[in-house]
Each structure stands twice: as structure tokens, then as C-alpha cells.
Design a protein around this ligand. Structure first.
Ligand SMILES: CC(C)(COP(=O)(O)OP(=O)(O)OC[C@H]1O[C@@H](n2cnc3c(N)ncnc32)[C@H](O)[C@@H]1OP(=O)(O)O)[C@@H](O)C(=O)NCCC(=O)NCCS
Length: 154
């Protein structure tokens, strides 16, 4: 499957941690542990087993991932450095937003790294409250209300 420029099409797969762990782990390790210096022992937690995961593939290579927690929260959004700014994170985010809306979530929250807040703002999330520290990185709480079909609310 190729585009006119012969780049592989991005393929998104939704699944459980058991199904997607093998492909989500290397992406999160590269981005959060190696690139951002987060503590690997805290990278993997009990929410992984309880979450719906999305992995993005170019060809057979996993290049991005994120998870939708049971309680209407999105987290662990990562795209490997070589594959950024092609809209891949946007595709992953919108797929998880659609999954949340389809199961009846009325809103989504996330802890955005301050550097990534504009990315989420473009996807209808609004920041609330003060910045706070997680893993030595400044974060802000962001929220998006979902309509019946998951479209962005004004
Ligand atoms: C944030 C991240 C997931 C975006 O992935 P992506 O596939 O490049 O995102 P998209 O192509 O869909 O959107 C790119 C937009 O995100 C925004 N952005 C926010 N932070 C960014 C960053 N550190 N690098 C690149 N773009 C960033 C920019 O506005 C950019 O738009 P532009 O190219 O028009 O300037 C990716 O940069 C990443 O994995 N960063 C490190 C981990 C991280 O910060 N995760 C978020 C935790 S809250």
C-alpha cells in the first residue's frame, strides 16, 4: 500500500495491552525513556492493562502510540522523532477520541506537556488551572467535551 510519493500509508490499530504491547513498548521507550529521560520503572503501570491502546504503523514499523484509560483520559501520546510533524499524532488522537465517544464518554482529560499544549488545543482541548510537574516536565490539565458524535465543541 503506497501513496503517489511511495511513502507507506499510516495504519492505525486499536487493541488491548496484551495485543499491542510488543509494538507500543519500543515507541514509548524511545520517546519517554531515552529522549525525555523519564524513569523506565514508572513508564509501565497498571493503567496499561486497563486501557485501550492505539499504535500507528508505517509499513510494519510502529511509529506512534497513545492510550485511552477507562475513566475518560488520554495518555502516553508519543511519535518517534523521525516521524513527527506529518500529522500522525493527530490521527492517533482523533481515533482514540472517536473510540471514547463511541463508548459514551462525555469528556476527555489529559495531562499535556506544556510544549505539546498547542497540539491538543488544535484538537479541541482547553487547558485548566496551573502548571504542575510530572517526571520533571511541566504539564497542564486539558479537557475536551464530546458531543454525541465526538465532534469538537465550540
Ligand atoms: C507531541 C507529539 C506526539 C506530536 O506528534 P506529531 O506526529 O509530530 O504531531 P502532528 O504531526 O499530528 O502535529 C504536529 C504539531 O504538534 C505541535 N507540537 C507540539 N509539541 C511538539 C513537539 N515537541 N515537536 C513537534 N511538534 C510539536 C506542533 O504544533 C505541530 O504542528 P506544526 O508542525 O504545524 O508546528 C510528538 O512531538 C512527541 O512524541 N513528542 C514527545 C512526547 C510528547 O511530548 N508527548 C506528549 C505528551 S503530553
Amino acid at each position: 500500500m503506497t501513496h503517489g510519493d511511495s511513502e507507506p500509508v499510516l495504519r492505525l490499530v486499536l487493541g488491548s495491552w496484551e495485543e499491542l504491547r510488543e509494538d507500543a513498548e519500543p515507541v514509548r521507550r524511545a520517546v519517554f525513556v531515552h529522549e525525555q529521560g523519564c524513569d523506565e520503572t514508572r513508564e509501565w503501570d497498571a493503567f496499561d492493562a486497563a486501557s485501550l491502546h492505539c499504535v500507528a504503523y508505517r509499513g510494519d514499523e510502529p511509529v506512534g502510540t497513545a492510550r485511552l484509560l477507562p475513566a475518560g483520559r488520554i495518555g502516553r501520546m508519543a511519535v518517534t522523532a523521525a516521524h513527527r510533524r506529518r500529522g500522525f499524532a493527530s490521527r492517533i488522537l482523533e481515533r482514540l477520541v472517536a473510540a471514547a465517544a463511541a463508548r459514551g464518554d462525555l469528556q476527555l482529560v489529559l495531562h499535556a506537556q506544556v510544549a505539546a499544549a498547542d497540539f491538543y488545543r488544535r484538537h479541541g482541548f482547553r487547558s485548566e488551572g496551573n502548571r504542575f510537574d510530572e517526571e520533571g516536565i511541566a504539564h497542564v490539565l486539558m479537557r475536551r467535551h464530546l458531543g454525541a458524535t465526538g465532534e469538537k465543541q465550540p
